[in-house]
Design a protein around this ligand. Structure first.
Ligand code: ZN
Length: 187
């Protein structure tokens, strides 16, 4: 089942997501539905708050970069209750997009490496360092669990320049090919 994607303007995207228990009801199904939603929407990553669930879960598929790095061919991972231990390495710019901010793409600078502790879909604990493209996806998705969006990394001037686009998303005027949940109008 595909979930509708929550978009900019939805307060859920600004909330810190909650930890997940191993026996969380329907967890396996939630993860399966997240994959289905992400692939249908042509995303490389998806966090639970983007599908209306305030849970500390995100998924990442870095296989799109397999041409440059063949090791990424099968990079498909689930991160539950992740904790970033540190980010380090040279900062680099990548043009980022987000399913919750349809039609917006901006150059975002982030550190290359991220050291992260997390549980996989079987609740096995891992501590890994990711860099390059997967490191980028992971930092972007982790932000969602903290209520942070990639546009928050823009300079105030750049953010001002996309103000109208943001307003259009929040008012349901931007219609992507995937289903979205239009934020409720403020009274
Ligand atoms: Zn995003």
């Amino acid at each position: 089942m595909k979930y509708p994607v929550t978009v900019y303007g939805d307060p859920l995207l600004r909330r810190k997501a909650e930890s997940v228990d191993k026996d969380h009801e329907g967890l396996a199904e939630i993860i399966e539905n997240m994959w289905e939603t992400m692939y249908y929407s042509d995303g490389a990553g998806l966090a639970a708050p983007q599908v209306g669930l305030s849970l500390r879960i995100f998924i990442a598929d870095a296989s799109a970069a397999a041409d440059e790095d063949p090791e990424l061919k099968n990079f498909k991972k689930v991160f539950i209750n992740p904790e970033i231990i540190e980010t380090y390495g040279d900062e680099w710019i990548m043009n980022e997009g987000c399913l919750s901010l349809p039609e917006i793409r901006e150059d975002i600078k982030r550190p290359d490496k991220v050291k992260i502790r997390y549980l996989d879909e079987n609740f096995e604990s891992h501590e890994d360092v990711f860099e390059g493209y997967p490191g980028r996806i992971i930092q972007h998705e982790y932000d969602h669990l903290e209520g942070v969006l990639f546009i928050d990394h823009l300079s105030p001037l750049k953010k001002k320049l996309i103000k109208n686009k943001l307003r259009n998303i929040a008012s349901g005027k931007v219609v992507p090919h995937y289903q979205i949940k239009i934020p409720a109008k403020k009274a």
